[in-house]
Design a protein around this ligand. Structure first.
Ligand code: PEP
Length: 249
């Protein structure tokens, strides 16, 4: 981890019931969490209110997606205004499942990021390459193209955390090695320096996601440019999520 405040997000995805989420929240509420870490959880939309009303103020709430503009006649969508109304401070955008399963493209994701920021909601901006892209030596090209789409759309990087999530590592149990993650994080920082500013490059937190768990987090957290984690599967277990939060070095 570098000098910025460590940031750990739990992406609960499309999991849980009222009962299981109540148990997870009570496990999180009774966990000891390192004070100098930003801790965020992203419940499914329908449970955000339940979680916000029962979880410790120590943990902030994120949404897993948001509509691209002001709410209105957009059946099935959830607006940034509604998320704010429920107390969400963050939204995860550009997650690989939204890119590759739902089909969202760079431009749409960039617009969503810009709109969330315009409403004062922070963005966990995901990027990451597919396995075949890594094998073809295109990891940096893909990440830079995704970064550029955010950079072209957003007026400021003040409220953005970048999540590098290689798609081949998400939900597969195949975690990137600390060296693989560090290499991309350095490249992302360098891209920001060249294309945004040195200041943004040094202060923007770049977190890693992809099969992070209680057993592999501390080796990853030792790397200079890994400023935290975005955690899927392991964030559904309160005690293990706490271990990951506390892996900050
Ligand atoms: C994610 O979906 O953001 C993620 C990193 O999932 P997992 O930890 O399960 O690989």
């Amino acid at each position: 981890a570098g000098s910025g405040k460590f940031f750990v997000g739990g992406n609960w995805k499309c999991n849980g019931t009222k009962d299981s989420i109540s148990k997870l929240v009570s496990d999180l509420n009774s966990s000891k969490l390192e004070p100098d870490v930003d801790v965020v959880v992203a419940p499914p939309f329908v449970y955000i209110d339940q979680v916000k009303n029962s979880i410790t103020d120590r943990i902030e709430i994120s949404a897993q997606n948001s509509w691209v503009g002001k709410g209105g006649a957009f059946t099935g969508e959830i607006s940034v205004e509604q998320l704010k109304d429920l107390g969400c401070k963050w939204v995860i955008l550009g997650h690989s499942e939204r890119r590759h399963v739902i089909g969202e493209n760079d431009e749409f994701i960039g617009k969503k990021a810009a709109y969330a920021l315009s409403q004062g909601v922070g963005v966990i901006a995901c990027i990451g390459e597919l396995l075949q892209e890594r094998e073809a030596g295109k990891t940096f090209d893909v990440c830079f193209q995704q970064l550029k789409a955010y950079a072209d759309a957003v007026p400021s990087w003040d409220n953005i955390v970048i999540a590098y999530e290689p798609v081949w590592a998400i939900g597969t149990g195949k975690v990137a090695t600390p060296e693989q993650a560090q290499e991309v994080h350095v490249a992302v920082r360098d891209w920001l320096k060249k294309n945004v500013s040195a200041e943004v490059a040094s202060r923007t937190r770049i977190i890693y996601g992809g099969s992070v768990n209680g057993g592999n987090c501390s080796e990853l957290a030792k790397k200079e440019d890994i400023d935290g984690f975005l955690v899927g599967g392991a964030s559904l277990k309160g005690p293990e999520f706490a271990v990951i939060v506390n892996s900050v070095t």
